[in-house]
Each structure stands twice: as structure tokens, then as C-alpha cells.
Design a protein around this ligand. Structure first.
Ligand code: ADP
Ligand code: MG
Length: 308
């Protein structure tokens, strides 16, 4: 199996509680997360991201569907599937009295890892906290505390690391530090799955993005493909007189006629320059009486996809 995680038709309905009615959180999610990838679940608050993560972590019972983590079905072998994954929760939970090394030892104890098998020093090295191994927790910066959270999720050396909204409410400096750290872990071979509602984060970090909305996957593509879609611009030229057919030189740009005097062109600014279009129009013997453009960025595409 080449996928680190396979999810098939995953459904979750939270039962009614007191006055709140039952809530359909996942409507049938299917996802393949390739081994070694850096994969983003991108979506607005309430989309169902944490529900997916918590089902994988064994913290939430699914209603229907199949989840396989590193070759192990979570129903068939919940213990093993949990051992295959390390989850970094959104909130920093930290005992102020222990040093980072001690905190990792205790965490390893929770996982039943014998002292001789613990990899405390190695893990601290991986998250760049070797210098702070025996320091007082108080002396750790916010970014270091986050990194320690990542380290704690790694005590059992899982092949997959999951970060649920790793940088929600974190300032830009910390965010960049954490990104660099996560990238390094991925470069060392770890499969990374992260949830985020920041487009920039998914774009900067991940090679593949699944957009989740209202409990459904609405897009799942390589980041580059998604960005290609987003990179589209629209330009409309109003020519100085009416014409019947789009001038030949403009057809090469995929121009379409709009009304009697306008042509519209969809293009990617990375591949085509507006100057080339203007040249083509002038060479065809037309003047330009007006130009208007419309941009679409990731934000637009995201809104477009998630509007429904
Ligand atoms: P996200 O992580 O994308 O913000 P969640 O998975 O936390 O989304 O939530 C998805 C939906 O399920 C939301 O409508 C949320 O209110 C609902 N939900 C989440 N957890 C519970 C729960 N324990 N009980 C009832 N509804 C829940
Ligand atoms: Mg969440």
C-alpha cells in the first residue's frame, strides 16, 4: 500500500444531546493520503476537520466507513492503528514543573515504552530542542512549547504525524518557525497531515490539499494544480470598432467574443503577458478603447468552492 492513510465513505453523526439536535458532521468523506506526503485538510471552522482527526485518533466513534492507517484498519486493530500515528492537539497542554526531557519520558511511559527503548534525546534533536532538554519549562518560548507538543506526539516514533490547526492563534514569527520544523520532519521521511483554515499555510507547506466543507470533500488536488486554477486571470478588451470574428492573432490566446466590440481572454499571468495580447490586437489593425481585468486568488477559489 502506497498510502499512509485511506479513508472510505466516512460518516459521522453526533447524536442529539439535551436541546441540541443531532449533527451530521461527515457526510461520506473519502481520502487517500500518500506515504511521505505533506497533506492539508483545509476548511472553515465547523467543516469536520477535527472530527476526521479524532476518529483516526480513536477519540470519536465513526458512524460509518473505513479508516486504514499505515496498513491497519482502525476497527480491526485499534491499538496498532493508534500506534501508527502521532497527534498534536491544537491547545498547548504542558506541565510547568517538568523539563522537556522529563515531559517526553513521562509521555513515553504513557505509551508503555520501556526506558531503554525511549528516544528522548533523538526526538528533542529532531524538533530542535536539544539545548533545552533539561531547562525549566518557564524558560521555553511559545514556539519552543509548540515544538515540544510535536515532540510529545512523536515519542512512539509513528510514521505519520497529524497536526490539528497547528498555528491557530499563533503569531507569524512562530508560525514560520513551526513550518520550518514540520518541513524538516517531512524531509526526514515522516508523512504529515495537518488541518488548517489558513490558505497560506496549506499553500506554503503542503504538496496536496483537500478542501473540506460541511462534512464533504469539495476539492482534492496537488497544491500546484489548485494554484494553477487560482492563477487564472480574466481580461477583457474593448476594441475601437465592431468586428464579426475574433481576429486570428487573438485566437491563439483563446480569446472569445463578448458583445459586438469586446474580447475576453482567460490566462495565467505566469505564462502569458498582457503586452503580448495588446501587440496582437494592434497587429490585427484594431485600437483598444478600454481594458478591464479580474483577478482570482486562492481566497476566491476557496470561497467559490465552499460557498454552497
Ligand atoms: P472543524 O474541526 O473543521 O472546525 P469539527 O469536526 O470540530 O470541525 O466539527 C464539525 C461539526 O460537528 C460542527 O458543526 C461541530 O459543531 C459539530 N461537532 C463537533 N464535535 C461535536 C460534538 N462532540 N457533539 C456534537 N457536535 C459536534
Ligand atoms: Mg477543528
Amino acid at each position: 500500500m502506497n498510502n499512509a492513510i485511506e479513508i472510505r465513505d466516512l460518516k459521522k453523526t453526533y447524536p442529539a444531546q439535551g436541546k441540541s439536535p443531532e449533527k451530521v458532521a461527515l457526510k461520506g468523506v473519502s481520502l487517500d493520503i500518500p506515504r511521505g506526503s505533506m497533506f492539508a485538510l483545509l476548511g472553515p471552522n465547523g467543516a469536520g476537520k477535527s472530527t476526521i482527526i479524532n476518529i483516526m485518533a480513536g477519540l470519536v466513534m465513526k458512524s460509518e466507513g473505513v479508516v486504514n492507517i499505515w496498513g491497519t484498519d482502525i476497527d480491526e486493530n485499534p491499538r496498532q492503528s493508534r500506534a501508527n500515528i502521532g497527534i498534536v492537539p491544537q491547545e498547548i497542554v504542558m506541565d510547568p514543573f517538568f523539563s522537556p526531557a522529563r515531559a517526553l519520558e513521562i509521555q513515553a511511559g504513557f505509551y508503555g515504552i520501556a526506558p531503554k527503548d525511549r528516544k528522548t534525546a533523538e526526538i528533542l534533536e529532531m524538533v530542535g530542542l536539544s539545548d533545552k532538554a533539561n531547562s525549566h519549562m518557564r524558560s521555553l518560548s511559545g514556539g519552543m512549547k509548540r515544538r515540544l507538543m510535536v515532540a510529545k506526539a512523536m515519542v512512539h516514533m509513528p510514521p505519520i504525524l497529524v497536526l490539528d490547526e497547528p498555528t491557530a492563534g499563533v503569531d507569524i514569527e512562530l508560525r514560520r518557525q513551526l513550518w520550518a520544523n514540520v518541513k524538516e520532519l517531512n524531509a526526514q521521511g515522516m508523512t504529515i497531515l495537518l488541518t488548517t483554515h489558513y490558505l497560506e499555510e496549506a499553500q506554503e507547506l503542503c504538496d496536496k490539499i483537500a478542501i473540506i466543507n460541511h462534512g464533504e470533500v469539495v476539492a482534492c488536488e496537488d497544491t500546484e494544480t489548485l494554484l494553477g486554477r487560482i492563477n487564472n486571470k480574466e481580461i477583457t478588451f474593448r476594441l475601437d470598432r465592431e468586428f464579426d470574428d475574433v481576429p486570428e492573432a487573438l485566437k491563439a490566446f483563446g480569446a472569445v467574443k463578448e458583445g459586438k466590440r469586446r474580447v475576453k481572454i482567460l490566462f495565467s499571468p505566469e505564462e502569458t503577458e498582457v503586452g503580448q495580447m495588446i501587440d496582437a490586437i494592434q497587429k490585427s489593425g484594431f485600437g483598444i478603447s478600454d481594458i478591464s481585468t479580474e483577478d482570482s486568488d486562492l481566497e476566491d477559489v476557496f470561497l467559490q468552492i465552499t460557498r454552497s
